[in-house]
Design a protein around this ligand. Sequence first.
Ligand code: PYC
Length: 313
Amino acid sequence: MQRFRAIDSHTGGEPTRLVFGEGLCLRGNSMADFREDFGSRLDHLRSAFVCEPRGSDVLVGALLVPGFRAEHGVIFFNNAGLLGMCGHGTIGVAKTLVHAGIWSPGEHQIDTPVGVVNLDIGTDGKVTFRNVPSFLSEKDVAVEVEGRVFNGDIAWGGNGFFLCSDHGMKIELENVNELLRVSGAIKEKLFVSGHRVNNYEVDHVEFFADPVGEADSRNFVLCPGGAYDRSPCGTGTSAKVATLYARGKLQPGEVWRQESITGSIFEAWVEVEGDTITPVIRGEAFVTAELELLIDPADPLRDGFTAFKRGDK
Ligand code: PYC
């Protein structure tokens, strides 16, 4: 029987499962090597950690391993594969490490496959993190699906995003099936047409609309693996503020309040040095469970299952 200690949290409604993975002894000399090794040699564990029957298509995993450029390294993943970075997950990891007595409130760093992320855990419980540099890559990309053209921007925020305000749909939970269908078709079109950003697939689709609450905008974010983000999406909000800055619509330090489809809010702004745009994101997370994941070699479903694969809607 394999046993892994894990702690679950949610950030603005979006779940994160931190799995203590020091014992896995990943191979390589960088977090990018560790990510590659985890994905190629231990993909059955990725799936076992987050997919059904132990998890769900909504759950994001965070594997805690020794870092290279910081004491702790984190590899983020979901039902469909490995992520570059994950913003809601970073906030969840920070609160989880405080809960576990590993960190105290204050300044910390995590090493990720796409760069080092600095973060500050406030005494008010909010977590502020300085994301990897983000940028607008392609402006005004037209994607035709279901006989309609959707115009949007391709941007990097630690993952690849298609950002679209030109969709005409209601961003409400009651409309989630339509949002999933259309965003899935857009993602498929972008995949087939070979659009990439920072060498990654454009595998997240983000729709924007007017806010319902006290915010600047409301979003819906399709994640790779077919689930939508219940939080405002940290990497998606990073891509958004980098794009707003590039389009002259947001000044450095000006706060952008991004509301999710569930009504949760991240505050965000950009810091700019030369050509480098660094998004800063603030949100809060709550621990929801302490677990020991058991993987029984006799269990025919021990490796987990999902209907989604990378590149699927
Ligand atoms: O918050 O960056 C994020 C994220 C990515 C996928 C799900 N959440």
